[in-house]
Design a binder for this molecule. Structure first.
Ligand SMILES: [Zn+2]
Length: 439
């Protein structure tokens, strides 16, 4: 009898992970985590954007077909119920690991509630979305802030006349011809992988494949398939500036999304048996860490001077492009990077009814320095994903401050990679980054 009882007790843990760790708290936490995953997958039956990745067992997938109507109230009750169960563990002073898992799942569940309401058509302000979906309050920027950055840009750009066309003229020298894009992309990914593997040990079987797509509101996307494999999609309709090739290779691949998901699956799901990590809900604080680390990962893998050197010596010759003006272009890109906070401000104003679509396009062209084509894509991204845009800019700022605040600067690459790997291998909330930066 005792044998059977033990078997029943242990079996679910073995089903999910491979190395169950004893203790009632661990078993209870895994039971709550299983329910969290089941709930997320059930919501995903209705909301096609809810689940970005899932690599857990089939046994947690919904067993009943979806209802005719979205069961908003019962989903919200299920979220509240799980939060009540988590409460004692969030203040568990005796077990730091359980406490961290509980607070992490709790913040993910807050995002579930807001996304359930959004999917039901409930409007909310930008500030409420940012706080509840991603756990942050992004800083405000005035239009004057962006104008002053443009004045700095004006001083370094060649030519005469308005600053935006002058920037576009310079940038247009570095567009990869369509027939060379695939070769350049693969070369950029191979280099970002080589650089990442120098510092981070990846699972032996990790791999990815590339697809080119059209009709999407984003420039690139990583679909994590589980078992350390990714599908990386490139949008052929986005302008292929040479710097974007490295950005996308690092952001979607190495050390960005592909590496982040692989390390979480390896360290937390397979090694520790934590089921909650096998579900990646798109609208959640996890996305701020994912996008912030993927964007910061670009400069971790390619510090500015190394990036310029690699582009000058490898990518531009491959694409048959001249290197003249490259240094000035990269000086301009540093300012363009600071201007990218304008996307947060555009999103805030659009969601709060303070900006029209036409004004949003004008701000995107004038301050984010995107051409008309890419600005239209950018607007359709904000329309679809709403406050998600903060994850790229504010998320990157938070990750950068967190890593560099602990000594992971440009001058200490080994320390930076170590801190980065720890961030990519653990359940970290945006609030944890902010608290650490304040220490
Ligand atoms: Zn991304």
């Amino acid at each position: 009898m005792r044998f059977y009882l033990m078997l029943l007790f242990v079996l679910p843990v073995y089903c999910i992970g491979q190395k169950p760790i004893g203790g009632v708290s661990f078993l209870k936490m895994n039971q709550i985590a299983n329910d969290y995953v089941r709930l997320g997958l059930s919501i995903g039956q209705y909301d096609g954007d809810f689940v970005d990745a899932y690599y857990g067992p089939d046994s947690l997938k919904p067993t009943t077909p979806k209802q005719a109507f979205f069961p908003k109230d019962s989903f919200l009750r299920a979220v509240d119920n799980l939060k009540v169960q988590l409460r004692p563990y969030e203040s568990d002073a005796t077990d730091q690991v359980i406490r961290k898992r509980a607070t992490w799942i709790e913040s993910q569940l807050t995002a579930f509630s807001r996304r359930i309401k959004m999917f039901s058509g409930e409007q909310s302000t930008f500030e409420i979305q940012a706080k509840e979906l991603f756990g942050v309050e992004p800083p405000k920027y005035s239009e004057e802030h962006f104008k002053s950055l443009l004045r700095q840009l004006e001083k370094i750009l060649p030519g005469e006349g308005p600053v935006v066309p002058r920037f576009q003229n310079l940038a247009n020298r570095f567009i990869i011809p369509k027939e060379k894009v695939d070769t350049v992309v693969k070369t950029a990914i191979a280099e970002s992988k080589r650089r990442t593997k120098k510092y981070i040990q990846l699972p032996d079987s990790e791999d990815f494949r590339i697809e080119y797509v059209t009709g999407k509101p984003w420039a690139g996307y990583n679909w994590y398939l589980g078992n350390f494999r990714s599908l990386i999609q490139f949008n052929s309709e986005s302008t292929s500036f040479v710097d974007r090739m490295i950005d996308v290779a690092s952001h979607e691949g190495y050390p960005g999304h592909h590496v982040y998901n692989s390390l979480l699956e390896k360290n937390l799901f397979k090694d520790k048996g934590w089921p909650e990590i096998s579900l990646y809900p798109l609208y959640s604080p996890q996305s701020l860490i994912a996008e912030g680390s993927a964007n910061y990962g670009i400069e971790v893998a390619f510090p500015q001077q190394e990036k310029i050197k690699f582009i000058r010596e490898n990518l531009l010759p491959l694409a048959g492009l001249d290197t003249a003006g490259l240094t000035t272009y990269f000086q301009a890109l540093v300012i363009k990077g600071e201007l990218s906070n304008v996307r947060t401000e555009i999103c805030r104003r659009l969601l709060n009814g303070k900006m029209t679509d036409d004004e949003a396009i004008r701000w995107t062209v004038d301050y984010a320095l995107l051409n008309e084509n890419d600005a239209t894509h950018s607007l359709s991204f904000v329309k679809k994903y709403q406050s998600y845009v903060i994850n790229y800019t504010y998320g990157k700022d938070l990750v950068k401050n967190y890593i560099e605040g602990q000594g992971g600067s440009d001058d200490h690459p080994a320390r930076r990679w170590t801190l980065f790997k720890i961030l990519l291998s653990n359940e970290t909330r945006p609030a944890d980054l902010i608290a650490k930066a304040r220490e």
